[in-house]
Design a protein around this ligand. Structure first.
Ligand SMILES: Cc1ncc(COP(=O)(O)O)c(C=O)c1O
Length: 424
């Protein structure tokens, strides 16, 4: 039996109807990002309930890059998760709402001096160090400030996963982390051993995104546990994020509950087999917490029939969701109020930007729509708002949280004045 948190994007349709959507449009305009708070909470609760072990501590770290706004960070703090930030901007967002810095993990492959200093000065709990040069700079800053910092080292475990496939290779040229057999890693370990200002707490890896095949995580965990086995004291492991969600009916992600129990079971088994102790097992989900809870409401404008395509144009596009243009992401959509129309046709949903690639959904089966109809695109909660842009000087839409019958603004829509206010 699936519970609500496992059943994918399509449960969303229960909380929206044309009347409500029209009210939301009137209040906040379109395009409009919507988040179902209950669904975010359900995902978090599933992680909290099932990502547990009696053999080691566990920690769930929300990857804020998926959707980082103040109200989301407040929710994450209230629900007891830690936070992954990857820039000064994400750090400042977290600190601005009083997020406990000790529960923050600071990531990034090219952190600036300013970012490292901000992490030290604000007492960030862990810095996830990506490379040797970063570790040297961090140690230098710690020396200057006579401060000790706890670090994770980011490993490239040579496992690359994406959706249904993963590959294990000896030398993957990822820009993230250091190779397991690299001299860079040896030098980093030597610095950690010899430095009185750097405390090595554990290792981190992140093998990809939208992963459906759990054996990819097994392969990564096996490599991580082997690394741990060379240390006399139990350290921590952070396996990153990447748990898949359902964008279209073709996506069949493993339910979160199963993901959690599988990871815990496999970790416990590996530790037993290799006779290794683990202090804490961390994961860093982003998409799987907010992806399915988020959706975008658009107004349909003109349509166009070309020799091979019927286009519906919407009042947003690649500026509020770059994912289809960036990596051919697929989405599922509904024309509100016309869900029951049996007669459907293949349409292409395109945005209003001056780019041929500004297509939100290619070949979507939808009922006949007219200008003014509302199109509701599902599962846009991760990397939609956070990757939005002002290309063509489009305004960044508002973000609204929905809780039962209530809706409230968490980011107001950008104004035309704001578009030029930094320009001299
Ligand atoms: C280091 C790290 N952790 C966690 C995540 C979150 O991944 P996802 O949103 O797929 O769960 C990412 C995504 O890029 C990442 O780079």
């Amino acid at each position: 039996m699936m519970d609500a948190s496992d059943s994918g994007a399509f449960v969303l349709e229960e909380f929206m109807d044309l009347k409500r959507a029209l009210r939301l449009k009137e209040k906040y305009q379109t395009p409009l990002y919507l988040y179902d708070v209950e669904e975010i909470k359900e995902k978090i609760h599933t992680f909290r309930n099932y990502f547990r072990s009696s053999f080691f501590e566990t920690e769930i770290i929300y990857a804020s890059k998926a959707f980082s706004v103040k109200e989301m960070i407040r929710l994450v703090q209230k629900e007891g998760l830690s936070l992954d930030v990857v820039s000064l901007g994400e750090l400042v967002t977290a600190l601005s709402v009083g997020f406990d810095p000790k529960c923050i993990y600071f990531h990034g492959n090219n952190k600036s001096e300013e970012e490292l200093l901000a992490a030290l000065e604000n007492g960030v709990g862990h810095i996830v160090v990506d490379n040797l040069e970063e570790l040297k700079m961090l140690e230098q800053k710690c020396l200057e400030k006579n401060q000790t910092v706890a670090v994770f080292l980011r490993l490239n475990v040579g496992v690359e996963a994406h959706t249904h496939h993963f590959i294990v290779t000896a030398h993957v040229d990822s820009k993230f982390g250091v190779g397991l057999d690299s001299s860079e890693l040896e030098q980093m370990l030597a610095i950690c051993r010899n430095s009185s200002h750097i405390r090595l707490d554990g290792f981190h890896t992140h093998i990809g995104s939208q992963i459906f095949d759990l054996t990819a995580f097994d392969a990564a965990m096996e490599k991580m546990v082997s690394v741990l086995s060379t240390f006399p004291t139990p350290l921590m492991l952070n396996l990153g994020g990447g748990f898949g969600v359902s964008y279209t009916e073709a996506d069949r992600p493993v339910p979160l509950k199963e993901v959690c129990t599988h990871l815990i079971f496999t970790m416990e088994k590996l530790l037993r087999e290799k006779n290794v102790s683990l202090r804490r097992f961390c994961i860093e989900p982003g998409r799987s917490i907010v992806g399915e809870a988020g959706s975008t409401l658009y107004t349909i404008g003109f349509s166009k029939q070309t020799p091979h395509k019927l286009y519906y144009f919407v009042d947003g596009g690649m500026t509020d969701n770059i994912r289809p243009a960036l990596y051919q992401a697929q989405y599922h959509a509904t024309v509100l109020g016309k869900e029951q129309n049996e007669k459907k046709q293949l349409v292409t949903i395109a945005g209003k930007c001056c780019e041929s690639g500004d297509v939100l959904i290619e070949n979507c089966l939808l009922p006949k729509a007219s200008p003014g109809d509302l199109l509701w695109v599902h599962t846009t909660g991760a990397y939609g708002y956070s990757m939005s842009s002002n290309y063509n000087k489009q305004l960044i839409p508002a973000v609204v949280f929905i809780e039962g019958d209530e809706d409230y603004l968490v980011v107001r829509r950008q104004t035309l004045e704001e578009l030029t206010e930094r320009e001299i």
